[in-house]
Design a protein around this ligand. Structure first.
Ligand code: PLP
Length: 477
């Protein structure tokens, strides 16, 4: 393409995007393609000769689009969202247009300085400790790995950095049985070993049993193990349960452990002062992550990672080959030393666009609307004789199941709810996901799409009731 052709097509693409967002609720939310369908529709080899853009565009619409699950649909209620907004999308276009690789300050000073400023805005807006430092990571998984690697280096006096694992094989990492799988992954990658990952049982609200945790840590010290890190979850993936951070921070301090806080999803709620009580004790923690790319209208990927003492992070990751040295190294933040990759995308721009265009009040208003919609639906489900709420709706994730009064067999209820979810998702009208809570197959419905309205929730609830009733007649008779 040349510039003239690009200009023409880019206008068409921008129109297509605007149409897409206007109509996205009418697409089947969950892609209905069969495994390998897209793969088989594509040629075996790249074309030898240039293809016309119109042919590529046609295939995008005919082949690719049907294999897309529409995460920006207001009927998307699955997992946790990866929501976005017009502002974020515009910033992402500009980021791609400039194509800056922001590995060090010098390779784009605006990217480094905007990132520092945006992390400070977020820190203040969410009530995080003022003296902490922030950096954007791609995902919460990477941030948690950074936390474990920093903890490992700190508590080995940087011996592992220098000599490898030799004398440090007994580290222990603690989290609840409800913690996200990324913690176990980080433990594995950090070389700590899966058997040294201690998953502590939860109470009836799915929060970590701090009494058991403390006993386990004490027993490990007695046993010549080396308790290294506690990972607290604020907003678990299954049910948005909150661990008792205040208690965990006391335990971490008393026993000299690193405390990492995973608030990947729920961290956005701390823009609302009424939820900040969950953050009590944060000043005693060492690191904290939340994902604006989940519920803060900033498109994937953008994970905000904060640390109490940036020195541990930098000392863990710092590397300075001759070809990356610059005159300003002592004056600026070179974020290549604050995480794993050298190359970095310009992610701060979309945060800036969103925070300026929405303002704190605008963000708060929309978050409260989401929470209210979820609370209203929770009440409806709870008072329906054939449905049951399975965990408190602390924010905007509803955990529930279909439970007709005459069915008490738990296996049958599990099968019934699994079928219900499949049926619902096959309609293309909604997309929800599931988990298991206390062995019960649980439907998860998250009300957090940027542009979701009450009508989408009411339609979904209507559909759920209809399909559940039909399933009962078809399946049980
Ligand atoms: N932690 C929690 C509590 C999550 O819910 C998730 C994802 O849903 C993650 C971590 C992982 O997030 P990411 O995809 O950014 O690595």
């Amino acid at each position: 393409l040349n510039n003239t052709e690009f200009r023409k097509i880019a206008h068409q693409v921008a129109d297509w995007i605007a149409d897409y967002w206007e109509n996205v609720e009418h697409y089947p939310v969950k892609s209905q393609v069969k495994p390998r369908e897209i793969y088989e529709a594509l040629p075996e080899e790249m074309p030898a000769n240039s293809e016309d853009f119109s042919a590529i565009w046609q295939d995008f619409q005919q082949i690719i689009l049907k294999g897309i699950t529409h995460w920006q649909s207001p009927n998307f209620f699955a997992y946790f969202p990866a929501n976005s907004s017009y502002e974020s999308l515009l910033a992402e276009m500009l980021t791609a247009a400039m194509g800056a690789q922001c590995m060090i300050w010098e390779t784009s000073p605006a990217a480094a300085e905007l990132e520092e400023k945006m992390m400070n805005w977020l820190k203040k807006a969410c009530g995080l400790p003022e003296t902490w430092s922030g950096v954007i990571q791609d995902t919460a998984s990477s941030a948690t790995l950074c936390a474990l690697l920093s903890a490992r280096e700190k508590f080995s006096d940087f011996q592992i950095n220098e000599k490898g694992f030799e004398s440090f094989t007994n580290f222990r990492v603690y989290a609840s049985v409800q913690t996200h799988s990324s913690i176990e992954k980080a433990v594995k990658i950090a070389g700590i070993g899966k058997e040294n990952f201690v998953q502590v049982p939860c109470d009836e609200h799915f929060a970590i049993r701090t009494d058991l945790l403390e006993k386990l840590i004490e027993a490990d010290w007695q046993d010549d193990k080396k308790p290294l890190c506690i990972v607290a979850t604020l907003g678990t993936t299954s049910s948005t349960a909150f661990d008792d951070l205040e208690k965990l921070s006391e335990i971490a301090q008393k026993h000299h452990l690193w405390l990492h806080v995973d608030a990947a999803y729920a961290g956005t709620a701390f823009l609302l002062p009424e939820f900040r009580h969950y953050l009590k004790g944060i000043e005693k923690a060492d690191s904290y992550v939340f994902n604006p790319h989940k519920w803060m209208f900033v498109n994937f990927d953008c994970s905000a990672y904060f640390v109490k003492e940036k020195e541990w992070l930098i000392r863990t990751f710092e590397i300075l080959p001759e070809y990356l040295k610059t005159q300003n190294d002592s004056l600026v933040n070179n974020y290549r030393d604050w995480g794993i990759p050298l190359g970095r995308r310009f992610r701060a721009l979309k945060l800036w666009f969103v925070m300026r265009s929405w303002g704190l009040r605008g963000l708060q208003k929309r978050l409260r609307e989401h929470i209210q919609l979820a609370q209203d639906l929770t009440r409806k489900i709870a008072t329906h004789p054939d449905f049951e709420i399975l965990a408190p709706t602390t924010l905007n994730l509803i955990c529930f199941r279909y439970k007709p009064t005459h069915i008490t067999d738990e296996n049958l209820l599990n099968t019934l709810n699994e079928k219900l979810l499949q049926t619902l998702n096959a309609t293309g009208k909604v997309y929800m996901s599931h988990t298991k809570l206390n062995g019960k197959y649980t439907l998860r419905m998250v009300v957090a799409q940027t542009y979701v309205l009450q009508k989408h929730i009411l339609n979904a609830w209507q559909l759920i009731q209809e399909r559940a009733e039909k399933l009962q007649t078809d399946y049980l008779e």
